[in-house]
Ligand binder design. Sequence first.
Ligand code: FAD
Length: 466
Amino acid sequence: MAERIETDAVVLGAGTAGANAALQLASRGLRVVLLERRELSAGGAQWHNAVLEWQFRRAGLEPPGETAGTAVTHMFGPGGERGVSLPDPPTVKADMVALGHRLRSLAAEAGVEMFERCKAVRVELDGVRPVALRTEATPVSGGRSDEPPEAASRRMDLRAPLFVDASGLHGALRRQVPSLHHWCPPVRGNELCTATDQTHEVRDPDGALRFLRDHGARPGDGVSILGTNGGFSTRGLTVSSDLTTVSVLVGCLANGRHGTGPAMLAELLEDQPWIGDAIDGGSGVIPLRRTYARISAPGVALVGDSACQVFPAHGSGIGMGLMAGTMLAEAVQGAGDPGAEEVLWDYQYSWHRDFGGALAAFDGFRRMSTALGSAGVAELMGAGLMSEQMARTGLDQLWATPPPGDLPRMAARLARHPRLAARMLPMMARGQVAGRLAGSYPETVDLRALQRWDRRMSAVLGPLPG
Ligand SMILES: Cc1cc2nc3c(=O)[nH]c(=O)nc-3n(C[C@H](O)[C@H](O)[C@H](O)COP(=O)(O)OP(=O)(O)OC[C@H]3O[C@@H](n4cnc5c(N)ncnc54)[C@H](O)[C@@H]3O)c2cc1C
């Protein structure tokens, strides 16, 4: 017999987005159950990710303490074309394992009940609304599964007014809610990034110094070579200041035409024999499309990769997922029914108003880099069209129009590259319009208006480049 548990919210997935959603909901007085399919300590990203302090602050969290910033980021085209060098880039590298532990420990202190190795998740609907979730899972105390297991697994029938899908790309909960199927199609091919992020020992410091010198860089700087495997792709290396380690990030579209993250890493290791054994890291796929128009329905809300709350120009989802969990908790705070449609609409409205525009605009940018291909990215870099301001706003995940002073310089450069201009300008204009359109997201529950808004957004962004 399954044990019946009444609670206020059930969060599925204990990666960074789910752990923070659980923490924020519990901090606002809700009883919360957090479920993870793996061991709790293995939930979410397990490597070092580039994150932004402003996003932690917006999420109501202290930025990670043990971070490493990059002194200067140097960007290149695929054939070595020198792009821009960016001093003091806004991102810092943070240990995701430590962040996961911190969020889950804080959530446990706030009273969140946690379970790991959850399997056979089945959602029960009452009409369109989820009302219960059945699963079998093992309880964990204090948010740490590295302590001895306290009990055997339990079969549970969890009843709650709110279910949160934080299970990542595949949306294990979302897929069981028919009213979301139309709005949340699976993400595929040209909208998916395959990536690998690893830290390696430096086997040969002289080799590392030669690589840095060839790229006008110093130890502690980042070198990003863009467009190596199709227009949307990167090979990024940051050698530590003491020349002992190098962190490597590679990625391209997962459409089968440009390779995979692991294959790109293997090629890089062959090209750069000074890179030694791996210390830590991992691989995965990241959704790149703009956030789904609808990220809630009665009784259910999506946060993180499950909602496509990822910065599309480079596949960064940690900060976005953290902010989403906090915005969800802010919207439901004090509500009699935290799963009521109008309460959750407030969450999705606030999300699209505050961040949907930047994500849609940069979805336009991602489509542009895909359409340009490797040759176009080489030309873009060689032509000096990637300005420092463009690179900085991209890394800072903020959309900004170029400062008026930059426009004549850009126009002159574009005039010298008419073929490139003809491909870039319409895409950039589409991104600009998409960013503005986010401001007209329907403020109150109105699915017909949302449908019209979503169609307009799709039309503005245009068909996906092949
Ligand atoms: C190689 C690589 C490098 C990256 N680099 C960066 C970076 O530098 N900066 C950045 O911001 N982002 C980066 N990203 C993206 C970032 O890692 C993701 O956007 C982020 O981890 C998404 O968080 P999430 O909590 O939504 O999902 P996830 O991290 O995918 O967590 C989802 C959790 O749900 C669990 N789950 C799944 N199904 C179920 C189920 N049925 N029941 C219970 N639990 C379930 C999973 O086990 C997992 O623990 C990178 C991604 C990759 C792959």
